[in-house]
Design a protein around this ligand. Structure first.
Ligand SMILES: [Zn+2]
Length: 340
């Protein structure tokens, strides 16, 4: 039984997992697919701090092989999504029975053991059963759609408003699509032609290059009013200062994703524009809602390219991913297939 444990920065080792017994409220899950993410690469590289040792792997799905007698809504042989973010259980909200308002959300592969391993034993409510019509790739993207939905909730937008999405990478693209699902008009800005093209294929009408014309293009697209909000995907590697130039006064900017790259926004812009800035990096509590959204076709996944690997060396893959953080060789998403 393989378990990929990060013992220190760039020190990822494979160990034999121990055979674990389940309690009546626990399930045992055979992990079948892991989406190897930029987040994993940042933790591996020490750009995001984790407490070692920690099993790596934030996004995964699997099959339940055992379920305790007091597990509800999940049974043996169910295909499930392993939750990548969980309430802490310690803060005031958690202790008052309100985990949705947890102030210290924990993330898999950083704060608790992640899923790059053969078997996971966890509480039954830490997995979400997957309907048959949601395919493996869509399931692996549940957290990304959840982050998009979390951002939408945070912004309290109204139909027809125009919102900039800076960065058309996977997360940025999904954010734009979720905005469209809620009848908000996204304006995607990126310096990557492929990402702009993909946004257009997904029905985004305004997709502009991040060049000297960007501000003028946004002004045209908003009748001169500029955007009602801007969402910045840190994965995009674009200058975050761009967001300040394309939102109107007293509007909100959301910073999303994870990045170790230094990037700053001018305090003067924040003060003069009366900007509200939020950070959204997880989607704890959104699983059920997101599964429902995917079932309703909220996001078109067909334009994402994936590499599915059944033989892989995580150390090599993560080393490459960290090295190519600024200039990825390709935008394909890496899915690791774990065999029985
Ligand atoms: Zn909490």
């Amino acid at each position: 039984m393989d378990n990929w444990i990060l013992k220190g920065v760039r020190n990822l080792v494979r160990e034999d997992g121990e055979t674990q017994e389940i309690t009546p409220t626990q399930v045992k899950v055979k992990v079948t697919h892991v989406l190897l993410s930029k987040f994993d690469a940042l933790v591996f590289n020490g750009d995001i701090e984790a407490q070692f040792p920690k099993t790596l792997g934030r996004y995964a799905i699997g099959i339940v092989t055992e379920a305790g007698e007091n597990c509800y809504g999940v049974k043996k042989n169910d295909r499930v999504f392993l939750k990548p973010a969980l309430p802490c259980g310690e803060c005031l909200s958690c202790k008052s029975g309100d985990p949705d308002d947890c102030t210290d959300i924990k993330i898999a592969g950083k704060d608790y053991d992640g899923y790059l391993r053969d078997f996971v034993v966890c509480e039954y409510n830490e997995v979400s059963p997957l309907p048959e019509s949601i395919d493996n790739f869509q399931a692996l993207c549940i957290e990304l759609v959840g982050i998009a939905e979390n951002i939408y909730d945070r912004l309290s937008l109204s139909e027809g408003q125009r919102v900039a999405v800076v960065g058309g990478d996977t997360l940025g693209n999904i954010i734009a699509q979720v905005l469209q699902y809620h009848k908000i008009i996204p304006i995607v800005i990126d310096n990557n032609q492929e990402n702009l093209e993909r946004a257009r294929k997904c029905g985004v009408y305004y997709a502009f290059p991040a060049d000297d014309e960007a501000v003028k293009n946004v002004a045209e697209a908003t009748n001169g009013n500029m955007c009602d909000a801007a969402i910045y995907s840190t994965n995009s590697n674009l200058p975050v200062s761009l967001t300040a130039r394309i939102v109107g006064n007293n509007k909100a900017v959301v910073l999303s994703g994870f990045s170790a790259l230094n990037n700053s926004i001018a305090v003067r812009d924040v003060i003069e524009k009366g900007m509200h800035i939020y950070g959204v990096t997880n989607a704890a509590g959104y699983c059920g809602a997101v599964i429902n959204m995917i079932l309703h076709g909220a996001v078109n996944f067909e334009h994402f390219e994936t590499d599915v690997l059944d033989k892989f060396d995580p150390v090599k893959l993560l080393t490459e991913k960290s090295a190519n953080m600024r200039m990825p060789k390709n935008n394909n998403l890496t899915i690791l297939k774990l065999m029985f």
